[in-house]
Design a protein around this ligand. Structure first.
Ligand SMILES: NC(=O)c1ccc[n+]([C@@H]2O[C@H](COP(=O)([O-])OP(=O)(O)OC[C@H]3O[C@@H](n4cnc5c(N)ncnc54)[C@H](O)[C@@H]3O)[C@@H](O)[C@H]2O)c1
Ligand SMILES: [Zn+2]
Ligand SMILES: [Zn+2]
Length: 394
């Protein structure tokens, strides 16, 4: 096999020819046909994350010591199976979930490998996809992505997944709320299209590079704001949103974007930090309480979230994973009007994450039926849709 390895941090990658590994036990050998490139690769290649004030977090201190193979957005074909590998066949095309943990702790058992303390992340702690071949510890980390263009599918393993997980951390949005996306690079652009696919349309994209704005608009930003100067940018955000920014997603992660994102929030709003450009900030405490804002981080995502984001991509913007359940609910509601209230009760018992998905579907159904439905108010929206369907005799 051939890989392009980091031999020394910050120096060009080197082509290395080595023996193709033979998968053992539950392992699966994947021949890589596509590999995304993420800005995190650049941070790891540099060898450190900037903690601000001259402090650095060196990746070698966490076991990421050259030589190693980067690449955590792999897509490929199953080429060989270990003797204990199950649920997959040679020749199948698969997207690889790279955020793999120890496999045995409570987090991993709950498929939250990304929170495991003994990470085996591919392309970070294990050889990644800047190579012809890649070993995946277990077939359960292989995800079907049929019908999604393979090059795009690869990027879902980090960019798409990270963005989706961050969006799910936003507060429940009402029709008057706005979301600000900071940074229109790889992650920011996918965030814009994902927000649109989920039915959130009041989105403002910020970047310091205006050449990104055409792509941002095409991906779904209603407005774009140059965030070079904080007071000017903040004024624009308040003006465009009517001071109703409920969520800020930061795909840059430096003091300038932290300061803008947190300052732009309306009371009760949430700032989600994803970007790792780095630095440090000093922040006054009382306003966090007085404005009741939340500041939280988001780090890649779970295996289940990857499946959901693939379903979203497959349906060109709609979360198929839950569409059937809502269709079933709709069918029941249509055939038995008297049951509408119990349908509503059933929805009320659902987890917030399921409600998020339903909202994406409801937004589309609303467009199909020509009904203005309140975004993120699932129960009221569902009732409106069902009523509109009746009126049209559907
Ligand atoms: N938390 C996670 O799980 C996670 C996952 C993947 C990537 N990341 C990190 O997210 C960041 C973005 O990754 P990417 O692949 O999208 O990078 P990218 O290089 O494609 O995009 C970065 C964008 O930020 C813009 N930018 C730079 N400074 C800015 C500023 N002051 N204000 C506004 N915009 C600014 C750039 O012009 C560019 O458009 C990286 O730091 C990456 O390591 C984090
Ligand atoms: Zn990444
Ligand atoms: Zn674990």
């Amino acid at each position: 096999m051939i890989s392009y390895d980091v031999i020394e941090h910050g120096k060009p990658l080197q082509r290395v020819v080595k023996d193709t590994p033979k998968p053992q036990g539950s392992e699966v050998l994947v021949r890589v046909t596509r590999s995304g490139v993420c800005h995190s690769d650049l941070h790891i290649w540099d060898g450190y994350f900037d903690l601000g004030g001259g402090k650095k977090f060196y990746v070698k201190d966490r076991g990421c010591v050259p030589p190693f193979t980067l690449g955590h957005e792999p897509f490929g074909v199953v080429e060989a199976l270990g003797s204990g590998a199950k649920g997959v066949a040679v020749g199948q095309k698969k997207l690889v979930y790279p955020w793999i943990g120890c496999g045995t702790c409570a987090m991993c058992k709950a498929e939250q490998d990304n929170y495991c303390l003994q990470q085996r992340f591919l392309g970070v702690f294990r050889p990644g996809s800047y190579a012809t071949h890649l070993v995946v510890p277990d077939a359960k980390y292989l995800v079907d992505a049929d019908d999604v263009e393979e090059g795009f599918a690869a990027t879902l393993a980090c960019s798409g997944l990270t963005v989706y997980s961050a969006i799910r951390k936003l507060p429940a949005l009402t029709a008057r709320d706005w979301v600000v996306v900071l940074g229109c690079g790889g992650l920011g652009l996918i965030a814009l299209s994902t927000l649109r696919a989920l039915g959130f349309e009041r989105v403002i994209a910020c970047d310091v590079d205006e050449s990104k704005f055409a792509a941002a608009k095409a991906a779904g930003a209603r407005e774009t704001v140059n965030s070079h100067d904080l007071p000017t940018a903040l004024g624009h955000l308040h003006q465009v949103s009517g001071a109703a920014v409920a969520g800020a997603l930061d795909f840059v992660g430096m003091p300038a974007t932290f300061n803008l994102g947190t300052a732009a929030l309306a009371k009760g709003g949430r700032y989600v930090l994803v970007g790792l450009f780095g630095g440090e900030v000093t922040f006054s405490l009382p306003p966090i309480a007085q404005r009741a804002i939340a500041i939280m981080g988001s780090y890649v995502g779970t295996l289940q979230e990857l499946r959901e984001v693939v379903a979203l991509a497959r349906a060109e913007g709609i979360a198929l994973a839950v569409e059937p359940s809502l269709q079933a609910v709709e069918r029941i509601a249509r055939s038995m009007p008297a049951q509408l209230s119990s349908t509503a009760q059933d929805l009320a018992r659902r987890k917030p994450s399921e409600i998020d998905h339903l909202n994406g579907f409801i937004a589309r159904r609303g467009r199909e039926l020509g009904v203005a439905v309140p975004v993120n108010q699932t129960l009221a929206a569902l009732v409106k849709l069902v009523e509109a369907g009746y009126e049209r005799g559907e």
